[in-house]
Design a protein around this ligand. Structure first.
Ligand SMILES: Cc1cc2nc3c(=O)[nH]c(=O)nc-3n(C[C@H](O)[C@H](O)[C@H](O)COP(=O)(O)O)c2cc1C
Ligand code: SF4
Length: 610
């Protein structure tokens, strides 16, 4: 740091600490705010922040190093992060990224000599319906990138034109609502659900949520009414409070329906959170917004401000004494595991996002050890509508165990990517037909659909009549389509890389297992695979399914499991070696030892030993 930059860094630290009141549970936000101005977080800055919040520098560095969006090494003043999901790759993102680097004269992961620009990759940015996409300085997004845009982008960067002045069209994000039903088809709620709740009473409102048999839309499908009831009745320590948290982390590759709800139905979502707060008696709520959706922050803050001004949030909501509830937005920083509810709570408390040992569950001991409800964006939207219209209205569509509608984020090889809201019970084939999969000009027959993202299920053509429902094919919302030109081994390898990249490293089976899967698959891809490697992959898959601490590890081998079972030919054609071939050259690894010992005789070479 130069003296000039020191003053600039100090100013950034002071204002971030002042904005957070120096609270250590705001640490992740403080780090973000400082880095927004300084581009990276040198050690002295971390030490200064540590002093400001009363933590040791080691703890602060430990937190900062956990999140991929925090840079402990310099990055460019313009830091460009390519979305690197499987669908981005299908759309040619890797080729475009290489081209951009070539035009800028840098390698991915490196900073140019003048410190102007750096280019790197990140996991899915939630824009697969309009990719390839990239993030600029963790703030703006660029969508629909192609060769022409990449060439112009390189020119603008080299000319040091600031991102705010780049063509607005590049930053356009479409909602792509292709089919609306109960959630997307109903106007946004601005108080009607709260009024209905107050008229009906809190107990009766909870009864309606239970009667609706609404199940969480974040993946696990836990009954929302039961969750709220558990948090409402959990013992409260002296002076304690209950909390409501909206999980807007949406990190599952291929999922973007929460992005659309946050854009179109933020009022409804906040109304659902406020209903939950009344049921629980909570006074404080949080929206945990994924760092990749930083560009939505201002519009969400505006929604909260409008609701405060309209008496729908804050003190004495709708004039009712004692009905006080407000919401803070907490930005994530590029860690998929923080979507797991206990990791999310750790992050909200300013810590590394490592999942907690459960039980106790968050409904009993969540945020700062207090009863906490964590629900997905879509769940809160549904809850608001149920509070307004009643449980029977919601349960009138869907199936026995899966009431209401579900929003699907459809992307990949389809004519019309976007969000599709259908009642539960719809078949995979019906969604494919609606999205124009396999039937448009230049489109090929559909080979596979990844339902629920890589943590979900990969289905082959003979399973397309299966139904989307918790009792058949459950989903958190991703619906990624692969036509018969796609190599399902490469699809599974891309997902394996994702999980290895996102493993938080807390437990060995996940940390090591995900990495070993990638290495084995890389070996197959490089043409050195044998039957031994396939057997190893099967063993690793079994290990991961039974021995990990959280759901990330438990589902990390799902794409491998499903593609091995359904597309064995994609693996078999890579098993070209009759015998086992090591994944690395053991003899070459001994070279440094030979140099140090000055030996080059036959006995010092494995290959020359008989
Ligand atoms: C690795 C991992 C990532 C997750 N990511 C999300 C997410 O981005 N959004 C979400 O709502 N739930 C996510 N979940 C599920 C949450 O842990 C939790 O079940 C959910 O937020 C509860 O809300 P719901 O009952 O409304 O579904 C994730 C779970 C795991 C294991
Ligand atoms: S399973 Fe993976 S992500 Fe989950 S706690 Fe273990 S290492 Fe972390």
């Amino acid at each position: 740091m130069t003296p000039d930059s020191s003053a600039h860094f100090e100013d950034a630290i002071r204002s971030a600490l002042a904005a957070s009141g120096g609270r250590r549970d705001r640490l992740v936000q403080i780090l973000r705010q400082v880095q927004d101005r300084t581009h990276w977080l040198p050690r002295p800055v971390l030490a200064r922040i540590a002093a400001g919040v009363g933590l040791t520098p080691a703890i602060v560095e430990g937190v900062a190093s956990f999140y991929r969006f925090f840079h402990l090494e310099p990055v460019g003043r313009m830091h460009l992060l390519w979305s690197d999901s499987v669908t981005d790759r299908l759309q040619g993102s890797r080729v475009l990224a290489r081209e951009l680097c070539r035009r800028l004269g840098i390698e991915p992961g490196q900073v140019g000599a003048d410190g102007l620009v750096s280019v790197d990759f990140t996991s899915c940015t939630g824009l697969p319906d309009q990719g390839p996409a990239l993030l600029v300085n963790h703030h703006q997004v660029l969508t629909r990138l192609d060769h022409e845009r990449v060439a112009q982008l390189a020119d603008l960067v080299r000319a040091q034109v600031q991102p705010a002045s780049w063509p607005a069209e590049w930053q356009r994000v479409d909602d792509n609502v292709q089919r609306a039903d109960r959630l997307l088809g109903t106007r946004r709620l601005q108080g009607s659900a709260l009024r209905a709740m107050l008229a009906r009473g809190t107990e009766a409102t909870l009864a309606e949520i239970e009667a609706s048999r609404l199940r969480g839309r974040g993946g696990a499908g836990f009954a929302t009414g039961t969750k709220w009831k558990l948090a409402r009745t959990a013992p409260l320590p002296e002076g304690g409070s209950r909390f409501v948290v909206c999980n807007a982390d949406e990190g599952e590759p291929g999922t973007f329906k929460d992005r659309v709800l946050l854009t179109r139905r933020a009022h409804t979502m906040v109304e659902g959170m406020t209903v939950a707060a009344r049921v629980l008696g909570a006074r404080q709520g949080f929206i945990y917004l994924r760092g990749e959706y930083r560009w939505l922050l201002e519009s969400l803050e505006a929604v909260l401000a409008r609701r405060r001004a309209a008496g729908l949030l804050g003190s004495r909501i709708l004039g009712v004494t004692g009905f006080d509830f407000d919401i803070e937005i907490h930005l994530g920083a590029g860690a998929y595991v923080c979507g797991e509810e206990s990791a999310l709570i750790e992050s909200l408390e300013g810590k590394r996002g490592v999942p907690r040992i459960r039980p106790p569950y968050p409904v009993v001991q969540g945020y700062h050890g207090q009863p906490t409800v964590v629900n997905n964006v879509e769940t809160f939207c549904a809850a608001a509508l149920i509070a307004e219209r009643g449980g029977a209205w919601w349960a009138a569509v869907g199936t026995g165990q899966s009431t209401g509608t579900k929003i699907h984020s459809v992307s990949g090889d389809v004519e019309r990517p976007g969000v599709y809201e259908f009642p539960f019970g719809i078949t995979v084939r019906e969604i494919l037909d609606a999205a124009g999969a396999g039937c448009g000009a230049g489109l090929h027959a559909v080979q596979a659909v990844q339902v629920g993202g890589p943590s979900g299920l990969c289905l082959a053509e003979n399973e397309f009549d299966r139904r989307i429902a918790f009792e058949d094919v459950p989903t958190a919302g991703a619906f990624t389509v692969f036509d018969d030109t796609r190599d399902m081994f490469e699809v599974a390898r891309g997902y394996a890389q994702f999980f290895a990249h996102e493993s938080c490293g807390f437990c060995t089976p996940c940390r090591v297992g995900t990495e070993l899967i990638v290495r084995r698959m890389d070996k197959l891809a490089a043409g050195y695979g044998s039957g031994f490697d396939e057997a190893e992959l099967r063993e690793l898959e079994a290990l991961l399914h039974g021995a990990t601490h959280c759901g990330l590890g438990a589902s990390a081998a799902n794409p491998l499991r499903d593609t091995l079972a359904r597309f064995p030919a994609a693996y078999k054609r890579r098993l070209v070696q009759p015998r086992f071939v090591p994944a690395f050259d053991l003899d070459a690894e001994l070279e440094p030892a030979r140099r140090v010992t000055g030996r080059d005789d036959a006995a010092a070479h494995l290959e020359r030993l008989g």
